[in-house]
Design a binder for this molecule. Structure first.
Ligand SMILES: Cc1cc2nc3c(=O)[nH]c(=O)nc-3n(C[C@H](O)[C@H](O)[C@H](O)COP(=O)(O)OP(=O)(O)OC[C@H]3O[C@@H](n4cnc5c(N)ncnc54)[C@H](O)[C@@H]3O)c2cc1C
Length: 425
């Protein structure tokens, strides 16, 4: 094998793992896949909120990231993990630790699937072992069992799902969600003046208003307090003494009951504060290679998912693709879209080898958003082009997603290796 036959995938989560799975049956035998991840394990963010609340679930959302679990027996493809990609060059990457005797690994093509970061417990810190992530989730479960007044900052899908998990485990705890929009999720479209060409591919479209209303009704039924059109004034960590009666900006269980201030002047009492205020794309390695390949914090791509840049000398434009949460490709930043972009990139990588024309990426206009509110309740919307949008109620959301959070249908089947992954949910 010559080095130019490596197809390197940076990031072994939803997008990267799906890409590897799509390439296993289609990549010519002359080429091999190297799936690199900074973590020694894979985790399933879709179920991380339940794992942050319900004891035992921490074991269900992670799997060691190893070649024998990812690739079929006898394959020459390899997982390289834990190993962080530090630098991107035109025809090679630089790893933190050597692989096959060298930290520099050359490639035919390299795909960036480095996703995004959110603080624990939603996602692990980039340096953690699997055990350290389990410990952090268990610590959060224990902290919650001591809380009486939970304040959730942000009423997007993460805030709503977390509230539902807390309510299912703790029927009597007071839960309050503070949200800037007029209802849960994002029913208000972006103002036209802020809708630039750049944000068009980055910002999720507004939520179907009837879905927000359905979730709002459900939250009230579950005795979850809702404050809209307001914002928690989140203090900079260190700016308020931990001994003060005012909340100091820290996540999780507080040392005593604290006062949380809202921008309207209202105040809330809290002994546990959950912050769910969005994702940060992991685009710094691309930015370091070429700042002009970054748009709205994401890696810019053309219609074929190849990295694009206004810099003609960019080391990224000839041989790199970007998919999933880190890519400025169209569509919402979800696991579903990450899978679609991974499958499209797989087709184009094989076409590049066969010297066939590339295929334009189109995520389609079918959208579905199912929001579980604990294992029993939830609401969702399904949009089918030219036909309309439907609202799904608790029964359907529970059956399709809420009970198992897709671990059985979406996570376990991803693992194609000879060492089987078996998770009971
Ligand atoms: C709490 C929560 C709930 C969610 N619920 C849903 C849901 O219900 N439905 C849905 O469709 N989506 C959901 N999402 C979104 C979904 O999880 C993401 O869209 C999806 O994980 C994106 O996949 P990705 O592979 O692009 O990136 P990620 O999952 O972020 O993975 C990126 C990977 O790249 C690795 N990496 C990063 N930098 C480097 C580097 N320099 N070197 C090596 N490796 C690196 C990371 O370790 C990581 O494993 C949820 C997300 C969260 C946080």
């Amino acid at each position: 094998m010559t080095s130019s036959q490596n197809v390197i995938i940076v990031g072994g989560s939803y997008a990267g793992h799906t890409l590897a799975n799509s390439l296993i049956p289609t990549l010519p035998k002359s080429h091999r896949i190297l799936l690199v991840d900074a973590l020694e394990f894979s985790f399933f963010p879709i179920a991380s909120l339940r794992a942050a609340v319900v004891p035992g679930w921490e074991e269900k959302i992670t799997v060691p990231l190893t070649t024998d679990r990812v690739f079929p027996k006898g394959s020459k493809h390899q997982v390289i993990a834990p190993n962080k990609v530090l630098e991107l060059r035109e025809n090679s990457i630089i790893l933190e630790h050597p692989f096959e005797g060298s930290a520099e690994v050359p490639f035919f093509k390299c795909v960036l699937a480095t996703g995004s970061t959110q603080p624990s417990p939603m996602r692990p810190s980039g340096e953690w072992s699997e055990q350290e992530y389990h410990n952090a989730l268990k610590k959060n479960q224990e902290e919650l069992s001591k809380a009486q007044n939970v304040v959730i900052v942000g009423g997007g899908t993460v805030g709503v799902e977390f509230a539902g998990e807390v309510r299912a485990r703790f029927p009597k705890v007071s839960i309050t969600i503070v949200h800037t929009d007029t209802s849960l999720l994002s029913p208000t479209p972006l103002k036209s003046e802020t809708k630039t060409k750049q944000t068009a591919t980055y910002t999720s479209p507004p939520t179907y208003p009837k879905l927000s209303i359905a979730l709002e009704k459900l939250a009230r039924k579950l005795n979850i307090n809702l404050i809209f059109h307001d914002r928690v004034a989140v203090p900079k960590l260190g700016s308020i003494s931990p001994d003060s009666s005012d909340w100091d900006g820290s996540f999780g269980l507080q040392s005593a009951e604290k006062v949380v201030s809202l921008e309207s002047g209202k105040t809330l009492k809290a002994d546990y504060v959950f912050l769910s205020t969005g994702n940060t794309p992991n685009s710094s390695i691309a930015k370091n290679a070429d700042v002009e390949a970054i748009t709205s914090g994401l890696v810019a791509v053309d219609e074929y998912l190849r990295v694009s840049s206004s810099n003609a000398q960019s080391p990224l434009v000839k041989n790199y693709y970007a998919i999933g949460d880190v890519s400025a490709s169209p569509g919402m930043k979800t696991g579903w879209t990450a899978m679609l972009s991974a499958k499209a990139a797989a087709v184009n990588l094989v076409n590049e080898i066969a010297k066939k024309p590339l295929v334009k990426y189109d995520p389609g206009r079918f959208t579905g958003l199912f929001v579980p509110v604990g294992p029993e309740y939830g609401a969702g919307s399904i949009t089918i082009p030219y036909m309309g949008t439907w609202i799904a109620g608790s029964g359907m959301v529970k059956m399709a997603k809420g009970k198992t959070l897709l671990i059985d249908k979406g996570y376990v089947p991803m693992w194609m290796g000879e060492t089987k992954v078996d998770i009971k949910v």
